[in-house]
Design a protein around this ligand. Structure first.
Ligand SMILES: *Cc1c(COP(=O)(O)O)cnc(C)c1O
Length: 417
């Protein structure tokens, strides 16, 4: 057993220490503010990376990017927004910040992302029910996997509804060779500490043109008007990225391709080594239109697979809110919720945890979250059944081949024959 813990996706800096060089420059030139040469440089790097003549605004988080994109789509109180249910809460929470209502749409089996047919059903259903079209559609590149953007864009165009791509987990993933975040009107990127690259915390909004870019920039800097004094004619936000954090981002942009290559290597390792293990399935690209960055590699455990310790799974409350606590609500002293991973998945998580390996259940679908119990949902059972059998494995740039061998051996050891 290695004398370190192996995490899902730890931050990893460039060998040359460029992150620190850019930060030092910011201090040396006294640009310790939420604008400056690093912010401009980082945005230029991002524009180059995503291509398609897009403009990019660097922001303090991916959540802020979702919020601003929705505002730019005209979402307001009482409006409805279609959003993938199988996601992290940052896709849907900003809808509620605006007093709008998320309409959750379930996933398709192969990509695990928004089911286009169900999405159309949701659009029609909402129009029939409320007489109004949803104001935006938010598909999510869960764990980096692309959504079927061809069909989503086709249906969105038919009803003339803007698409906001949540590519926070899918930075550098591609659909038919085009980078995610560049298909919809807006694209969300995140540079949180555990994402494909990091600025410690940060995000960006990919914008369609200079006009949209200006509006987002204005909203992100408290919506100031051009006067010698503070003049406000609309409500804005303090959402720009710090010039210090952007320095980290500039350094990270020099290693993003290496990171993506490494995540794909980890995925290939899992695919090959689990190929002959009955009861364990690795989630891979459904076909060659999909090119996931494999931000997190995920496996499914067959319901019948017997895992050591599964009889006593969920018998003690999870301590703390990090790592494996995801999906297990123990507030009020309950050990169970009405929708949780199977006992063998929880037993595997605990087994790996004891071996120094971080593993995590899949994200619990938003339509099963108590906070969203009143939100409309169009479901087919896919995300809920995946949630019960799936888990995320260490995938980041700090995970070595030696670690991978150890992880796979540990998983095999946990299986009862
Ligand atoms: C990380 C993430 C975001 C943005 O999160 P921040 O932590 O605010 O940068 C948005 N959507 C999804 C699906 C994410 O995983």
């Amino acid at each position: 057993m290695p004398n370190k813990r192996i995490y899902l996706c730890l931050a990893h800096m460039s060998e040359a220490g460029l992150e620190q060089k850019y930060i030092k420059e910011a201090f040396d030139t006294n640009w310790v503010v939420p604008l400056g040469p690093n912010v401009n440089g980082f945005e230029a790097d991002l524009e180059q990376f995503v291509g398609e003549n897009k403009r990019v605004v660097a922001l303090c988080s991916g959540t802020a990017a979702v919020h601003l994109a929705l505002i730019a789509c005209g979402v307001g109180p009482g409006d409805e927004v279609i959003v993938q249910s199988f996601t992290f809460c940052a896709s849907s929470h900003p809808i509620t910040y605006l007093g709008a209502i998320p309409v959750f749409v379930d996933s398709e089996k192969d990509s695990w992302n928004m089911d286009p047919d169900l999405m159309e059903e949701a659009i029609k259903g909402r129009i029939a029910k409320t007489g109004k079209k949803p104001k935006a559609i938010v598909p999510v590149a869960l764990y980096g996997m692309p959504y079927n953007i061809d069909r989503i864009m086709e249906i969105a165009a038919k009803y003339d509804i803007p698409v906001v791509e949540d590519a926070a987990e899918g930075f550098g993933s591609r659909w038919r060779e085009q980078v995610l975040g560049t298909f919809g009107v807006y694209g969300i990127l995140s540079f949180n500490g555990n994402k494909m690259i990091t600025t410690s915390g940060g995000g960006a909004l990919v914008c369609p043109d200079a006009q949209a870019w200006q509006k987002i920039m204005w909203l992100a800097t408290q919506a100031r008007e051009a006067y010698p004094y503070y003049q406000h004619e609309a409500i804005g936000y303090n959402y720009r990225l710090s010039n210090i954090c952007a320095g980290i981002g500039r350094g990270q942009m020099t290693v993003v391709d290496d990171h993506i290559r490494h995540h794909k290597h980890v995925q290939k390792f899992y695919e090959e080594t689990f190929a002959d293990v009955p009861g364990i399935t690795v989630h891979g690209n459904p076909d060659d239109r999909f090119d996931s960055n494999f931000w997190l590699c995920t496996i499914l455990l067959d319901e019948q697979l017997r895992v050591k310790g599964q009889e006593s799974a969920y018998s003690t409350a999870v301590q703390g809110a990090v790592g494996g606590a995801a999906g297990v609500v123990h507030g009020g002293g309950t050990l169970h919720t009405d929708c949780e991973p199977n006992a063998n998945v929880e037993a595997m998580r605990v087994w790996l945890d004891q071996k120094g390996i971080e593993a995590r259940p899949l994200w619990k679908p938003m339509h099963k979250q108590p906070v969203y119990k009143n939100a409309p949902a169009y479901v087919n059972g896919v995300s809920e059944s995946l949630f019960k059998v799936g888990m995320c494995l260490p995938s980041g740039p700090m995970v070595t081949d030696e670690d991978l061998t150890y992880i796979v051996e540990s998983i095999k050891e946990a299986v009862m024959r």
